[in-house]
Design a protein around this ligand. Structure first.
Ligand SMILES: [Zn+2]
Length: 83
């Protein structure tokens, strides 16, 4: 099973965000990541929230997301986390 064979799903993108921001993705993965970000509002919002969190906290902490942001994200992703 290859996660990267086709267009990333939103869930896959979320799982790659930290690697993306740390520059740990391959060129191919980065290209897929950015093409999804360019097409998907929900993931755009998510990426911006993570970037803001880093700017505020000086480090990467998904746990620091505000409840409002997290709710907006869950809405944007259609609640995939709950399944
Ligand atoms: Zn997405």
């Amino acid at each position: 099973m290859s996660v990267y064979a086709e267009q990333l799903s939103c869930q896959e993108l979320v799982e790659l965000v930290t690697d993306y921001l740390e520059g740990a993705l391959s060129e191919e993965e980065t290209a897929r990541f950015e093409s999804h970000i360019g097409l998907c509002d929900g993931c755009n919002v998510y990426l911006e929230q993570i970037r803001r969190t880093i700017a505020l906290c000086g480090r990467l902490s998904v746990d620091a997301l505000s409840p409002e942001a997290e709710r907006a994200l869950l809405d944007a992703f259609g609640g995939w986390r709950s399944s």
